[in-house]
Design a protein around this ligand. Structure first.
Ligand SMILES: Nc1ncnc2c1ncn2[C@@H]1O[C@H](COP(=O)(O)OP(=O)(O)O)[C@@H](O)[C@H]1O
Ligand SMILES: O=P(O)(O)O[C@H]1O[C@H](CO)[C@@H](O[C@H]2O[C@H](CO)[C@@H](O)[C@H](O)[C@H]2O)[C@H](O)[C@H]1O
Length: 455
C-alpha cells in the first residue's frame, strides 16, 4: 500500500507528543524517547483509510508495545479533538464507520496480514452493528456494538494469550455464572509469537458497576446522619454479602479450571520481600509514605508467622468495586488482566486468592472515604463513613466464607489478609500519586489508621 510509509513517518513523528496525554498510556512516568512502528496492517482504504498499528515505544531502558487504530479521511472525522494526531491522521477507535469492520471481520472469521478475527467456537455473531467507545476511565479502549457486544482493544501488548482472555475462556468452560460471555477475539503476532489484540464479550446493557452502587449507598447514609448504617435506605450490605460469595465462586472455578499449587517453603519469604521492595520503591517517590514504613515493615514481617497452608492459583489480580457489575442475574467480575503496571510474568504468577479479597476490602474503604476528599474534617461524617466500610467489609467476608467454607474463610487468616491489604494500599499510593494526586490521602489515611492501631 503506498500509504504505509507515510503512516509510518507520521507515527514516528507525532506519537511521542500525543501518547503521554492518553488515559490508557502506561508510561506517563518518563518521557517518550522514540516510537517505532513494528507492524502496520491496512484494514480499509485509501479513503477513508484505516490502519491497524503496533508500535514500539522506547522510554530509556524500557520498550513497550502498544496497539492503535490509525485513520485518515477527506473531510473532518467525527472524533474527539484529543484523538487527532496531526497531518490529517487520527486515532480511529472513535470512528464508528471504520470500527464497524472489526466486528464484521470477526463474524466472517477473516484474516488481514498477521491479524486473525474470530468468533468463539459454536458462536454466530451479528455483523453490521455500529460501535461507540465507552467513556469509562480505562486502561484499554472498549467499543460497544449496538448495545449487544463490547470489544476491548488491549492497548499495551505482550506476546502470548492475554490473561483476561485466558481466564475468561477457562471460566466459561468451567460453567462460571459470574463473567460476561466471550464471543470473539482478535489476535496477531508479536516477535513471531501469537498475541491477543482484542476480546469481544456480550454487553450487559442493564448492568450497574459496584463502585456506582457502593458510592450511592454511602451518599444516602451521609444524607441521613442520624441513621445507623444498617437502617439507612440505601444499605449495601446484602449486595456486599452476595458479591463476596460470587468472588469465592469465581476463585473455586479458576482453581478447578486451571489448577492450584501448594505454596513452597520459601513462599512466605518471597511474599515479605516483594511487599517490602514495593514499599521501599514507593516510599522513595512519595515521601508521605515513608513515615509509615517502619510499621508497614512490621506488618509484612508478621506474615512469616502464618501457619496454615497457602494455596496458590490464578486470581483476578486487581479486584475492586469498579471491576464488578451487578446484573439482573447477580454479580459479574470483569477485567482479569491484573494490576496494569505489573509485568506480564507477574500477572500470570499463581497467587493466594486472599489478595483479591484484600483488593475488594480496600475498595470498600475507598467508597466510604472518597466523598470526604477535599472536605473539611468532620468527625461525625468520618465515623459514619467508617461504620459503612466496616459493615460492608464484614458482609463481603461473610459472603465469601459462605461460599468458600471454613477453610477459605478470609477471617481465619487475619495477619496475611492485613498484610495483603496494606500492600495493596502501598500500590494505591503509587497509583494515586501518578494518576489522581487529590486522592492520595485515601490510601495514606487507611495505612495510618491500620498501623497506629485506631482501626
Ligand atoms: N460485558 C460488559 N457489559 C457491560 N459493561 C461492561 C462490560 N465489560 C466492561 N464493561 C464496562 O466497561 C468498563 C471497562 O471495562 P474493563 O474490562 O475494566 O476495561 P479496562 O481493562 O480498560 O479497565 C467497566 O468498568 C464496565 O463499566
Ligand atoms: O480499573 P483499572 O484496572 O484501570 O485499575 C486501576 O485504576 C483503579 C481506579 O480506576 C484503581 O482503583 C483504586 O480506585 C478505585 C476507585 O476509583 C477503588 O475502588 C480501588 O479500590 C482502588 O484500588 C486501581 O488500583 C488501579 O489498578
Amino acid at each position: 500500500m503506498p500509504e504505509l510509509p507515510e503512516v509510518s513517518r507520521a507515527l514516528t513523528a507525532l506519537l511521542p507528543g500525543w501518547l503521554p496525554a492518553q488515559r490508557w498510556f502506561a508510561g506517563k512516568d518518563r518521557p517518550v524517547d522514540e516510537v517505532r512502528p513494528a507492524g502496520l496492517t491496512v484494514l480499509a482504504g485509501p479513503d477513508p483509510l484505516l490502519v491497524h498499528a503496533v508500535v514500539e515505544v522506547c522510554q530509556g531502558d524500557r520498550t513497550e508495545l502498544y496497539q492503535l487504530l490509525i485513520g485518515r479521511r477527506s473531510g473532518v472525522p467525527e472524533v474527539a479533538s484529543a484523538a487527532v494526531l496531526g497531518d490529517g491522521f487520527y486515532e480511529a477507535s472513535g470512528d464508528a464507520d471504520l470500527t464497524a469492520g472489526l466486528l464484521d471481520r470477526m463474524a466472517a472469521g477473516e484474516s488481514a496480514g498477521p491479524l486473525r478475527f474470530s468468533a468463539e467456537p459454536d458462536t454466530t455473531l451479528d455483523p453490521g452493528l455500529r460501535s461507540r467507545p465507552i467513556t469509562a476511565e480505562q486502561s484499554n479502549t472498549s467499543l460497544v456494538y449496538g448495545g449487544q457486544y463490547i470489544l476491548k482493544l488491549f492497548r499495551k501488548l505482550s506476546p502470548g494469550m492475554n490473561k483476561d482472555l485466558l481466564l475468561h475462556r477457562a471460566l466459561q468452560d468451567a460453567g462460571c455464572k459470574h463473567i460476561a460471555r466471550v464471543v470473539g477475539s482478535i489476535s496477531g503476532e508479536l516477535h513471531g509469537e501469537p498475541a491477543t489484540m482484542g476480546m469481544l464479550q456480550e454487553f450487559l446493557a442493564d448492568a450497574v458497576d459496584g463502585w456506582a452502587m457502593a458510592t450511592t449507598s454511602v451518599r444516602d447514609l451521609l444524607a441521613e446522619p442520624d441513621q445507623p448504617a444498617a437502617e439507612a435506605g440505601g444499605d449495601f450490605a446484602g449486595e456486599s454479602e452476595r458479591l463476596g460469595a460470587a468472588v469465592a465462586e469465581v476463585h473455586a472455578d479458576l482453581a478447578t479450571a486451571l489448577g492450584t499449587e501448594p505454596a513452597d517453603s520459601d513462599e512466605l519469604d518471597r511474599t515479605v520481600r516483594a511487599m517490602t521492595e514495593r514499599l521501599d520503591q514507593v516510599s522513595s517517590v512519595v515521601p508521605e509514605l515513608a513515615v509509615h514504613a517502619p510499621a508497614l515493615r512490621e506488618a509484612f514481617e508478621a506474615v512469616r508467622a502464618h501457619e496454615s497452608p497457602i494455596v496458590m492459583q490464578y486470581i483476578h489480580g486487581d479486584l475492586h468495586l469498579g471491576q464488578v457489575l451487578r446484573t439482573v442475574s447477580g454479580w459479574l467480575l470483569l477485567d482479569f488482566e491484573g494490576e496494569p503496571a505489573a509485568p506480564v510474568a507477574e500477572r500470570h504468577a499463581l497467587r493466594s486468592p486472599l489478595r483479591d479479597v484484600a483488593g475488594m476490602l480496600r475498595s470498600f474503604d475507598y467508597a466510604a472515604h472518597q466523598r470526604l476528599v477535599g472536605q473539611p474534617e468532620n468527625a461525625d461524617v468520618t465515623r459514619h463513613a467508617m461504620e459503612w466500610a466496616r459493615r460492608n467489609r464484614a458482609a463481603f467476608c461473610a459472603g465469601y466464607a459462605r461460599a468458600a467454607g471454613p477453610v477459605g474463610d478470609p477471617r481465619a487468616h487475619a495477619g496475611l489478609l492485613r498484610a495483603f491489604e496494606l500492600d495493596k494500599a502501598v500500590y494505591e499510593v503509587a497509583y494515586e500519586h501518578a494518576n489522581r494526586p487529590d486522592w492520595l490521602s485515601v490510601p495514606l489515611a487507611a495505612i495510618a489508621r491500620s498501623t497506629d492501631g485506631s482501626e
